[in-house]
Design a protein around this ligand. Sequence first.
Ligand SMILES: [Zn+2]
Length: 413
Amino acid sequence: MNTEYYRRNTCRLCDSKNLELVVKPAATPPGDRYVSADDLNQVQKIYPLDVFFCRDCGLLQLLDVVSPNILYGNYIYTTSISLGLVEHFRQYAVNVIERFHPKPNSLVIDIGSNDGTILRHFQALGMRVLGVEPATDIAQKATESGVETLATFFSPEVAQKIQYEYGKASIITANNVFANIDDLSTLIESIRSLLSPNGVFVMETGYGVDLIKNDVFDNIYHEHISYFNVKPLASFFRRHQMELIHVDHVETKGGSIRSFVQLQQDSPLVDESVKTMIQQEESLGFDRPEPYQTFANKIARVKIELIDLLTNLKSQGKTIAGYGASVGVTTLLYYLELSELLSFLVDDNPIRHNLFSPGHHIPVLPSDTLYEKKPDYVLILAWRYAEPIMKKHPKYLKQGGHFIQFLPEVKVI
Ligand SMILES: [Zn+2]
């Protein structure tokens, strides 16, 4: 097996081979690999981003799996950096405790626990906590700050070791983890083995329906290999002797679902939310390939219109910059073929400044550069934040500049 990447030929949830290619973004390098000036001579390899739909269980997924070593080699993101997420996880912990009333001092385990943000909230609510986090530095810092964290990938062996040393867990959480892991059967079996008989497993992950409905094409990148809807998830859990008992639809990351899962029992406490969401998915056709094909066609139309506009401006001698330098921007730059049309990118995150975009090596500069270099047009690549970006830069419009939006439709401001 290639150690950098492989393509599986079966569905990640149900092992079916009945898979249909529905969306075909361009192949890209790992989207987060913005490089420094010293590394510009290194060629960055590209990997396919083809999105497949399983005709048997309905999972939307990438079959090309890039090795975590390549994707996360220089992983620096920590949860508390984004302030919004700290409050999100506080409410999340309160919500779980209020719903299940575990005994004081019950064990809560978070898989992919990062800097321990959610566990700190569970701790404040009287729970005993344990994190599992593969990024060694982040795990160590979490432990030092009072949230004990094992610096390792979660595996059947680790699950066994935890059970032996800490006992079974009343609550296990995994947030934004399921979408990034290829072998979900092993993962869920390990979780099941570690959950106490009346325990609950809670996970939050991006919602496939929202990806399509909200045109979040830029959420397709190599880290996200699955885009979950409720229906395929419910049958997946059932195949592993677990039961999806409740789902919340939440706003996080452009639309997510929070799923509550228990071990299968004689009378599972499944509530209406599961049935309601599955019915909605079916009535909108998300258990069939058509909505995904319609989405791909829409993005293709946006591409033609945008390239037409930008090529025209370019031929009139106008300069164009891009706003945004995230992992998802890489998907956009490649698919929309923007590399020759943009002189530079700007971003508000200082971590990105003076780096170069993956593969194309477009320079990334601070957003104040708009007032020095005065590009005639700025294409808002971080399109979901178009409003705050334009509010932040009225001076740019005053100096005669124009913003270009491209989703949900192409528009010059
Ligand atoms: Zn399937």
